[in-house]
Design a protein around this ligand. Structure first.
Ligand code: GUN
Length: 288
């Protein structure tokens, strides 16, 4: 980790685009060596959330590009729990499918937990089934949620030291904040999770050696939140004036941080790479 940095020197970019391409190329070459069978990913998308539509299209395209079999099940926003559960059951039983992902958020009338519980833990490449979250919390993970795992791989690629460091996560979601806290803890970081009720958020962030923002507020994390030389990871994907921006005010923060993820091109591409990595892992387990 860079400890000393000249005042006007800019942070090193944590290039998720590059690392994700490297991971996906490895997956592709493994798949090319397989005889007859391909790992299969199924995505279930309910409703017409515009961001979800874009994410799902990207997942499908990338999966195919790197040699996976991929199918997307699109249901209207009016779909009932029963219909979604019946599709999941079919996918759990399908020998073509090794990974199942239910795109979140689900429409408000659907109980998300009931749907996530129905996905076979052995095909749960999103890592959201209680069994997989429980295994993660016990320090014996099978499938870990893709975005947090992507953050960890990015930190590892750039040899960011975690042991004994103070890691502050802004956001306590099931998708990012909570699982990421456990992954960082497993690498001996001292972890703080902040959320909407946290007092003195700015001061808490200033203590972070590693600051991770996953709250979905454009440019919320300003230069003043960041300790000199900190590593800043921006998980936010927000639309601002027709542009995609992160939670971090990149222009000002890059002058203070030692490392920083860009948006786009940071954590986003890593999420898909890990999803495909988990799908291949599930396939390999099913073959052994
Ligand atoms: N919505 C936003 N991020 C994710 C993700 O990683 N997985 C799923 N299933 N839904 C999401």
């Amino acid at each position: 980790m860079k400890d000393e940095k000249a005042k006007d020197e800019k942070a090193t970019l944590l290039d998720g685009k590059k690392l994700s391409q490297k991971i996906c190329a490895t997956l592709k070459s493994k798949i090319e060596k397989l005889k007859n069978k391909k790992p299969g990913l199924a995505v279930v998308l309910v409703g017409d959330n515009p961001a979800s539509q874009i994410y799902v299209a990207k997942k499908e395209k990338t999966a195919r590009e790197f040699g996976f079999y991929s199918e997307v099940h699109r249901l209207p926003a009016s779909a009932q729990e029963k219909e979604i559960l019946s599709i999941i059951q079919h996918l759990n039983d399908s020998s073509k499918i090794h990974g199942i992902l239910v795109q979140l958020p689900l429409p408000a009338h659907i109980q998300t937990q009931i749907i996530l519980n129905a996905v076979s833990p052995l095909k749960d490449v999103d890592g959201f089934h209680p069994l997989n979250l429980g295994r993660l919390f016990m320090g014996d993970p099978l499938f870990t949620p893709c975005t947090p795992q992507g953050v960890m791989e990015l930190l590892k690629e750039y040899h960011i030291e975690l042991s004994g460091k103070s890691a502050v996560i802004v956001g306590r979601s099931l998708i990012v904040g909570k699982p990421l806290a456990h992954l960082l803890l497993s690498q001996n970081a001292t972890v703080t999770i902040c959320h909407s009720k946290t007092k003195n958020l700015e001061e808490v962030c200033q203590k972070a050696d590693i600051l991770i923002s996953a709250m979905g507020k454009p440019h919320f994390i300003k230069n003043s939140f960041v300790k000199e030389g900190a590593v800043v990871v921006d998980v936010g994907i927000n639309r601002l004036n027709k542009k995609i921006v992160g939670d971090v005010d990149f222009e000002s923060v890059q002058k203070k941080a030692s490392f920083i993820t860009p948006v786009p091109g940071g954590v986003g591409p890593m999420t898909i790479a890990i999803l495909l990595q988990n799908t291949l892992k599930s396939f390999e387990r099913s073959m052994s």
